[in-house]
Design a protein around this ligand. Structure first.
Ligand code: ZN
Length: 146
C-alpha cells in the first residue's frame, strides 16, 4: 500500500460527508459491530475510498488494519453511495433528469436508471456528481462499473 492511499481515502470520506453522500456520524447511526453510536468510518481497503462502515472507536480498534482485507461484504452496503443525496441536489437545483443528462453528457436512460435506483454504475454516478457540482473525489470508483 502506498503511504498516501490511506490519506486519500480519509480525505474522500471527509468530502463525502460534507457533500451529504455519506451520513454525518452525529450519534444517530449505530456501530455495525456493537450497536453503540458510530463515530468513525472504517475502511477495510483504502483503495476503495468510500467502501466504509460506521463503527464506534473501540470496535474500529478491534477491527485493526485495513490492509489485505477483501470487502466482499460491502456489496449492497447502503452507505456505499447515497443516491438520496444526488436526488436532493438535483431537486435543489431544479434540474430535470433530461437536464442532468445534458450537463453530464450522458444518455437520458442511463441517468434515469441511476435516479430510479436501478443502477449504481460508478462511472455514471461520477459524471452525475460532476454535473451537479458534487465533489467527484467523493465518489467511490471500484472499477466494476463502466
Ligand atoms: Zn462498536
Amino acid at each position: 500500500m502506498k503511504a498516501n492511499e490511506r490519506d486519500q481515502a480519509l480525505y474522500a470520506v471527509r468530502k463525502a460527508t460534507k457533500a451529504g453522500i455519506l451520513p454525518c456520524l452525529d450519534g444517530a447511526i449505530p456501530c455495525v459491530d456493537c450497536g453503540k453510536p458510530a463515530r468513525e468510518y472504517d475502511h477495510r481497503n483504502y483503495k476503495e475510498k468510500l467502501a466504509v462502515e460506521p463503527v464506534c472507536h473501540s470496535c474500529n480498534l478491534k477491527r485493526g488494519s485495513a490492509i489485505g482485507w477483501s470487502p466482499k461484504i460491502l456489496a449492497g452496503n447502503p452507505l456505499r453511495l447515497d443516491l438520496g443525496a444526488l436526488k436532493h441536489r438535483r431537486a435543489g437545483l431544479g434540474f430535470s433528469i433530461a437536464r442532468v443528462a445534458k450537463r453530464a453528457r450522458l444518455p437520458y436512460w442511463r441517468v434515469a436508471a441511476v435516479f430510479h435506483g436501478r443502477s449504481q454504475a460508478p462511472g455514471t454516478i461520477k459524471e452525475i456528481c460532476r454535473a451537479l457540482g458534487l465533489d467527484t473525489d467523493a465518489v467511490w470508483l471500484d472499477g466494476n462499473g463502466e
